[in-house]
Design a protein around this ligand. Structure first.
Ligand SMILES: NC(=O)c1ccc[n+]([C@@H]2O[C@H](COP(=O)([O-])OP(=O)(O)OC[C@H]3O[C@@H](n4cnc5c(N)ncnc54)[C@H](OP(=O)(O)O)[C@@H]3O)[C@@H](O)[C@H]2O)c1
Length: 302
């Protein structure tokens, strides 16, 4: 392997802004500031290739530029991919294009961040089918499920099949895999008027918990078996962060009154966590390899 060939691969969905962008920058920053730190070298050695996915091409390019800039010694390359994760029919081809240009056998460390998501539709559960146009309410619901659940399942399965088991792929070795689902308190606690979002987050958590269990199943029923240290999955709840998503919550007239007050006052008083701070906590845990596979870890737990 030449010195310039990436050893590490990071894929982040929803990397055009908010928490996804902050994760990309926190990883670049950790690689730069701790380039002599053994834990960083071991967890995610340079050269690193970062794959950034979202719909907004210009915003993705901005994330990519900042990632490359933050590591002035080089060693990080980026690629940006405009993908609408609601468009399920297009995802297989788009992902083949992304994976097709990567030389998979070179990577020793592969991390996937399932970060993209949306809070729509908001409002009491009975209101999900209100209004004259029932077809449009169905489309909204389906779009939410496609983005927040189905696309995540599909991408995670493809990533796991590609990198998770050397017997199933062209890989000669088993790389170290980390899959992070960006979860929420909403995955484990019900919040009125956020039923679709809460259900989506709960489904994602369970999907990733099952994946973690499959990989270590000792009773021969597991789909794959892999050394414990090589394959880890984490559900990370980033805390209430100051992003476009919480702007939407603060502006939403159909949100539960208590939640609406919380988001409007927290925004006004600058009490929300900055995505940068939450992303750094997550990246620290990953770099130090302090995660328990299959667990749900909240920002406030650390
Ligand atoms: N902010 C919080 O307080 C909070 C708390 C708990 C959990 N979370 C979770 O954290 C994750 C990131 O949230 P955020 O607050 O950073 O939200 P955000 O600012 O709204 O960012 C969402 C990201 O997802 C991308 N995205 C949205 N729809 C997409 C689609 N159809 N196809 C591809 N990409 C799409 C957006 O990019 P494009 O628009 O360019 O496509 C953007 O990069 C979400 O999973 C959210 O549920 C957030």
């Amino acid at each position: 392997m030449s010195n310039d060939t990436p050893k590490s691969l990071v894929i982040i969905t929803g990397a055009s802004r908010g928490i996804g962008k902050a994760i990309a920058l926190a990883i670049a920053d950790a690689c730069r500031t701790n380039s002599s730190d053994e834990s960083v070298k071991k967890s995610l050695p340079l050269p690193l290739h970062v794959v950034l996915i979202a719909r907004s091409a210009a915003a993705l390019e901005d994330t990519a530029r900042l990632v490359r800039q933050s590591n002035d010694k080089g060693g990080i390359t980026t690629s940006c991919h405009e993908v609408d994760l609601c468009d399920l029919d297009a995802i297989p081809d788009k992902m083949q294009q992304i994976f097709g240009v990567l030389k998979l056998s070179d990577f020793e460390h592969c991390w996937l961040f399932n970060n993209a998501g949306s809070v729509d539709p908001l409002g009491a559960t009975s209101s999900l089918t209100s209004g004259d146009d029932l077809s449009s309410s169905m489309r909204r619901l389906r779009t939410a499920v496609d983005l927040n659940i189905t696309s995540v399942m599909w991408l995670t399965s493809m990533f796991t099949r590609t990198f998770g088991s050397s017997s199933d792929t062209e890989l000669q070795h088993s790389p170290s895999i980390r899959i992070v689902n960006i979860s929420s308190l909403c995955a484990i606690e019900p919040f009125p008027t956020m039923s679709v979002y809460c259900a989506g987050k709960a489904a994602r958590d369970m999907f990733h918990m099952v994946l973690a269990k499959e990989m270590y199943d000792d009773n021969e029923t597991g789909a794959q078996k892999i050394e414990r240290s090589l394959f880890k999955v984490l559900n990370y709840a980033p805390g209430a962060c100051d992003t476009v998503m919480t702007d939407v919550l603060a502006d939403c007239q159909t949100l539960d009154a208590g939640l609406h007050d919380y988001y409007t006052s927290s925004k006004k008083e600058n009490k929300l966590i900055t995505p940068r701070v939450s992303a750094k906590k997550l990246v620290d845990v990953l770099m130090k390899d302090e995660l328990v596979s299959g667990s749900h870890l909240d920002y406030w737990d650390m």
